[in-house]
Structures are given as C-alpha cells and as structure tokens.
Design a protein around this ligand. Structure first.
Ligand code: NDP
Ligand code: 8X3
Length: 249
C-alpha cells in the first residue's frame, strides 16, 4: 500500500486518480481548493482517503503542507502533480495577462513548489514516484495554446531534468501527456463557464476519459522500482499530430 498525494482532486483527472488508487488498495491524500468537493470524495471513498484544502499557488501553504498532515500520512510515496488549468483559446496578443499569470502560477510554480516540498523525503528514503501532468500541448503548438502549451513544455523539461539529478536513485519521475480528454472541467473553465463551447470540442469524436488517464497512472505506480517511464503521450484514435502550417499570400 502506497500513500499517494494528489493535487487538484476535486474534479476531472484528480478525482479519477483518487478513485482508482483507492480501488488499487492505496491510501490517497486528496487536495484542492473546493473543500465541499473534497468532503464528498471523503464520503464516497472512506478512511483510506485523507482530505486537505490546498491551493498550490499559495507558496507558504505548500511549504507547510507535509508537516501539517497527521503523522501517519506524512510519508509520501507518490506525488501526482495534477492541478492545472488553461484560459482562453484566442491569439496571444488578445490574451488577458492576468490569465497568463494564473497559468504560470498553477501549472509551473505550483508544480515546482509541490515537488520541492516532497522530493527531499523521497531522496532520503531512496524511494518515490512523481507523476506530472503535462499535455500534448507541451509538444505540439496550436493556435491559442501559447502560455498553456509553454507551461506544459516546462513540465516536460522539468521532469526530464529531475531525472538527470535522480539518476541512480529509485526516485522516479514521469510526465503524463494526454491529448483530447472529455468529461472534466478543463474546457468549461478554459472558456470561462461557456459549457456549450466546451462541449462542442468533443462532439462527433470519442476522446479519452479521466478514467483512461487514471488507468495509466495506476500502471505507472505498479512498475518495478528499477523502471522509470520518462514520458507517456496519449491520444484518442480520433486525434493525431498534424502537419506544419505554411501561410501563403
Ligand atoms: P479539471 O479542470 O477538471 O480539474 C482541475 C483540478 O485542478 C481541479 O480539481 C482544481 O481544483 C485543481 N486546481 C486548479 N487550480 C488549483 C490550485 N491553484 N490549487 C489546487 N488545485 C487547483 O481539469 P482536468 O482534470 O482535465 O486536468 C487535470 C490536469 O491534466 C491539468 O494539469 C491539465 O492541464 C492536464 N491535462 C488535461 C487535459 C484535458 O483535455 N482535460 C489533457 C492534457 C492534460 P480546485 O478548483 O478545487 O482547486
Ligand atoms: C489539454 C489538451 O489539446 O486542449 O492539455 O491542449 S489540449
């Protein structure tokens, strides 16, 4: 049984991770900002779930988080850096700079602060797994991707640079890079509550689901200690990387 800390467990992938890991026989620390959602998850998943409010953009709260946990929950075997978001799909020059700052604060700064809070104990035990939620957006640019794609490219490179420091240790790091996934709040949030616009992205196709991502995470957590899966790029069959674009007069 591992103790698995999941950021952003109040919705989407994070809630699916919590459900899957509990089903697999692990203990989960579910975190996020919406406490009512965490309480509902607690009622559903029982005593192997510990819930705690945590905003990953709150540097002090992140630094104080592990020592604030009840002692039996302080040894983190797996950290899932899942909390993340995007805003808008318009061109860079029309983007709201405050939205860009929020994306950087959550997807980059939040992720590195969480990692820095947990990594020393993993190194001291010579055991641990960090699963980072990247995205195909970190590899393949698309119009309107700008800061989101760049933040996920950061996640990818942070992951492999951590591996460079961790070589020879049994502390593993994987960048999970999904493409089109439906059934989460990601697109509704991206379009600032416009659920119809969000739903239109998934019409007429069969995207991946949060459960598909959780199944992959479950597999990653069950790999033997000597095996590091550096990155996993996942797409539904309705999606593929497209050609480069040349705009002609
Ligand atoms: P959702 O919007 O459904 O869930 C995002 C979660 O992140 C929520 O639980 C939210 O909780 C949490 N969160 C957001 N900001 C913060 C914060 N400051 N502190 C703590 N938690 C926060 O998104 P998905 O489940 O779809 O996405 C999860 C991850 O996967 C993200 O990193 C996303 O970029 C990535 N991803 C998503 C894809 C998709 O198509 N859906 C594809 C590829 C990658 P709360 O608001 O309660 O704090
Ligand atoms: C989410 C996938 O294609 O909307 O990371 O950027 S995409």
């Amino acid at each position: 049984m591992k103790t698995i800390l999941v950021t952003g467990a109040t919705a989407g992938f994070g809630a699916a991770f919590a459900r899957r890991f509990i089903k697999d026989g692990h203990r989960v620390i579910a975190t996020g900002r919406r406490v009512e959602r965490l309480k509902a998850l607690q009622a559903e998943l029982g005593e192997n779930l510990h819930i705690a409010a945590l905003d990953v953009t709150d540097k002090d709260a992140v630094a104080a988080f592990i020592p604030s946990l009840p002692e039996p929950w302080q040894q983190i075997d797996v950290l899932v850096n899942n909390a993340g978001l995007a805003f808008g799909l318009g061109p860079a020059w029309e983007s709201d700079l405050e939205d860009w700052d929020k994306v950087v604060a959550t997807n980059i700064t939040g992720l590195i602060h969480m990692t820095r809070a947990v990594l020393p104990q993993m190194v001291a035990r010579d055991d641990g797994i960090i699963l980072n939620l990247g995205s195909t957006a970190g590899e393949y640019p698309y119009p309107g991707g700008h800061i989101y794609g760049a933040s996920k490219a950061f996640v990818r490179h942070f992951s492999i640079n951590l591996r460079a420091d961790l070589v020879g240790k049994n502390v593993r790091v994987t960048d999970i890079e999904p493409g089109l996934v439906s059934g989460t709040e990601f697109s509704t949030l991206r379009f600032k509550g416009d659920a119809d616009r969000a739903a239109s992205l998934y019409q007429g196709v069969q995207p991946l689901t949060a459960e598909d991502i959780a199944e992959t995470a479950s597999w990653l957590v069950s790999r033997p200690k000597h095996m590091n899966i550096n990155r996993i790029e996942m797409m539904p069959t309705c999606q593929a990387s497209g050609p480069l674009v040349t705009k002609r007069d």
